[in-house]
Write a protein that binds this ligand. Structure first.
Ligand SMILES: NC(=O)c1ccc[n+]([C@@H]2O[C@H](COP(=O)([O-])OP(=O)(O)OC[C@H]3O[C@@H](n4cnc5c(N)ncnc54)[C@H](OP(=O)(O)O)[C@@H]3O)[C@@H](O)[C@H]2O)c1
Length: 288
């Protein structure tokens, strides 16, 4: 199959592109193409360019990973967030008749009583969450055979993203810098490669609608940072606890969040990896 990927050079885009390359004809696109990489420059805000690229490439599937992902950035600039996260998705729907796989987030929930199933009530509490929820609705209204995969706290040590919690923890501790990490935001962080493998299986089975995928550990962001420090053999005493209230982030965050993955576990016959397994795999990969 010919698969066109938008946002292909971001954190998740890199892993998804790599996972698809052996079995599909993958065309990577990005707003900017990193040095040494191949791809087509494509901003999903530009509908004319998007239509041209779709007409020339004629993909069977589009995987949309292009998004404004800075949660506080979206709060600061809601117009741009709507342009990219909502209008961008609308452009893709209007430019392409085939199957679209789109990524969304647990931030569509308010974090009062997670972890959440696909049928739980949504209630976003940030601009980012609102725009991602709108994007899901546009996509599935356009064609219910499209697929939305929701993820949460997606991590890797990819060099091509500003959005990596793992990189931030490792780089700060390596420089002996203290970091403060919240003790009351709970979810189930998910390795990019775990998400990429699930995406491949969803394509194989031609799934549609909304599905959740998260790895197996439900834990606080503080405990996740400590786990990272332990695995990378860095000084975990540099990680200082703080509450969300005291941190005063610009956008409100869901506190008790996370995504139940039972629907995909049952449909695909898969098991969720643990954070320990994933961090071990990242460290092993880096040694090769
Ligand atoms: N990270 C998470 O924890 C998380 C959790 C749940 C869901 N998701 C979803 O997963 C998807 C991928 O996120 P990620 O973690 O891989 O974040 P990321 O590393 O920030 O990747 C997003 C990519 O989209 C690109 N992009 C931004 N605006 C664009 C535009 N107008 N046209 C084309 N490309 C554009 C970015 O390029 P630039 O580098 O040029 O900005 C970047 O390559 C997003 O839909 C996100 O909402 C992420």
């Amino acid at each position: 199959m010919r698969i066109l990927i938008t946002g292909a050079f971001g954190q998740l885009g890199s892993a998804v592109s790599k996972a698809m390359m052996d079995s599909h004809d993958v065309i990577r696109t990005g707003r900017f193409i990193p040095k040494g990489e191949y791809g087509i420059t494509l901003d999903i805000q530009n509908k004319i360019l998007l239509q041209n690229v779709v007409d020339v490439i004629q993909p069977d599937i589009i995987i949309n990973l292009a998004a404004m992902t800075s949660v506080d950035g979206c709060e600061l600039n809601p117009d741009l967030a709507k342009e990219i996260n909502i209008a961008g998705v609308q452009h893709i729907c209007e430019s392409f008749d085939g199957k679209i796989i789109h990524f969304s987030t647990d931030y569509v929930f308010d974090g009062e009583n997670g972890p959440y199933t696909e049928s739980d009530l949504v209630n976003p509490i940030s601009v980012y969450g609102e725009t991602k929820l709108s994007s899901e609705r546009i996509l599935l209204y356009h064609n219910p055979n499209h697929l939305v995969i929701r993820g949460n706290v997606i991590y890797d040590d990819s060099p091509t993203t500003k959005a990596s919690f793992l990189n931030w923890v490792v780089k700060s501790l390596e420089k002996n810098e203290e970091i403060t990490v919240v003790t009351d935001q709970i979810n189930n962080p998910t390795w990019t490669e775990s998400m990429a493998d699930i995406t491949s299986l969803c394509i194989e089975k031609n799934l549609s609608g909304i599905v959740h995928w998260g790895d197996s550990n439900q834990l606080t962001r503080f405990d996740f940072a400590v786990k990272i420090a332990e695995k990378y053999e860095l000084d975990k005493k540099l990680i200082k606890p703080i509450t969300t209230e005291k941190l005063t982030q610009l956008a409100q965050r869901p506190l008790k969040s996370g995504l139940k993955s039972d629907k995909l576990i049952d449909t695909l016959g898969v098991i969720q990896p643990s954070i320990d397994d994933c961090l071990n795999a990242i460290l092993k990969r880096n040694k090769i």
